[in-house]
Write a protein that binds this ligand. Structure first.
Ligand code: GLA
Length: 413
């Protein structure tokens, strides 16, 4: 009798367990796709230069220019359409592009971009409306993710306007789950401006997170818009303080897109901006008009040695080592024992850098890397002139013009 009762109980338990697992369709996977953005993403985004003036002709021409300028071959991959591509949702809730601006539709555009060996990025917002007042994804996350996957989208920048009552971590996890379910590997770029410390929860959710408000096209200024501010290149750099420990392969601090080539920075400032974004392992997302770049802008954006520092597979964000007379010394440990070094002159005067490698102890507690001076030396290469500056056995003396940078690679002999 006892055995029969026991058997019946086990059968009942098994049955309920089966019922529970079958009926439980509500378990979500709130994590991002693994294996994407193992080095900082590189590409282009429409916002800094074109704001809401986007259409398919522009995007196709930018893709063409990315190839003809040599940027694709230098490593740039993503063509990201920012705000304002949206039309209306239909009666079933599906989002459509603005057909006046994108008459061929997004799938055709994605196909074109893919045919060039590039990838397509798109933009949405966790709230009811985007910052530009277009339909947001709130309440439509799974549907939108399916639509993006169907179009062939590879990257989603997900913004944070009009999110009344939402909490960032939960909202971004919903979109991560939606993208996962849609099944296409899509990079998720968290854009909530650092408000809710995304570096503390973003690593499993997205591949990069904005750390600040928007960049402003100046080297050293703050632009006050009344209810919000945007930040110059140096202001954004200062706001990265303390965040390097959160970055690594597949999860990056995002200090916003580049202003290189947008005409307000001097050639030296463009170089310094690009070098520092490389040093802090920032995504390199160009924000200028690729169709009409000067030779100088192309030279900055396609400097292969500087890009190599950014894309180094160790994925360690660089750190500020010292500041003297408004000259900042930065170090970034690289795979295999090499180092990148920058002397950033933030002052308005030319400064002389005087650095005795043998006298300095450079040790990175985060990665455990150490500049090994005892009994060994490194070759020193200037990454902007391409010339050798000898070795670390010789003390470095160099002039750095105002708002400019000296960027070096130390290669172990
Ligand atoms: C926010 C973002 C920007 C840009 C605009 C678009 O301000 O931070 O990068 O996407 O919205 O409206």
């Amino acid at each position: 009798m006892l055995r029969i009762k026991c058997l019946l109980l086990s059968l009942f338990l098994l049955y309920s367990l089966a019922g529970f697992t079958q009926g439980n369709n509500y378990v979500q996977d709130y994590t991002k796709f693994q294996g994407l953005a193992l080095t900082p993403p590189m590409g282009w985004n429409s916002w800094n230069k074109f704001a809401c003036n986007v259409d398919e002709k522009l995007i196709r021409e930018i893709a063409d220019a990315m190839v003809s300028s040599g940027m694709r071959d230098a490593g740039y991959t993503y063509i990201n359409i920012d705000d304002c591509w949206h039309g209306e949702r239909d009666s079933l809730g599906c989002i459509h592009p603005d057909l006046k601006r994108f008459p061929s539709g997004m799938k055709a555009l994605a196909d074109y971009i893919h045919s060039k060996g590039l990838k397509l990025g798109i933009y949405s917002d966790a709230g009811s409306m985007t910052c530009g007042g277009r339909p947001g994804s709130r309440g439509y996350e799974f549907q939108d993710a399916l639509t993006y996957a169907k179009w062939g989208v590879d990257y989603l920048k997900y913004d944070w306007c009009n999110t009344e009552g939402l909490k960032a971590e939960g909202a971004y996890k919903t979109m991560a789950a939606a993208l996962k379910k849609a099944g296409r590997p899509i990079v998720l770029s968290i854009c909530e401006w650092g408000n809710d410390k995304p570096w503390e929860w973003g690593q499993t959710v997205g591949h990069l997170w904005r750390t600040t408000g928007d960049i402003f096209n100046c080297f050293d200024c703050i632009e006050d818009h009344g209810t919000w501010k945007s930040w110059g290149v140096m202001q954004i750099l200062d706001k990265q303080d303390g965040l390097r420990k959160y970055a690594g392969p597949g999860h990056w601090n995002d200090p916003d897109m580049l202003e290189v080539g947008n005409g307000r920075l001097t050639p030296g400032e463009d170089r310094a901006h690009f070098s520092m974004w490389a040093m802090i392992a920032a995504p390199l997302i160009a924000g200028n008009d690729l169709r009409s770049m000067t030779k100088e802008t192309v030279a900055v954006l396609t400097n292969k040695e500087v890009i190599r520092i950014n894309q180094d597979s160790l994925g360690v964000q660089g750190f500020k080592f010292a500041v003297k007379d408004s000259v900042e010394t930065w170090f970034k440990p690289l795979k295999g024992g090499d180092w990148a070094v920058c002397f950033l002159n933030r002052s308005k005067q030319t400064r002389t850098v005087d650095f005795d490698w043998k006298k300095e102890v450079v040790k990175d507690d985060l990665s455990d890397a150490e500049l090994q001076m005892a009994g060994s030396e490194y070759g020193v290469k200037d990454l902007w002139t391409g010339t050798s500056l000898g070795t670390t056995s010789k003390r470095l003396k160099a002039k750095v013009p105002p708002h400019d940078i000296l960027m070096l690679r130390l290669t172990r002999k």
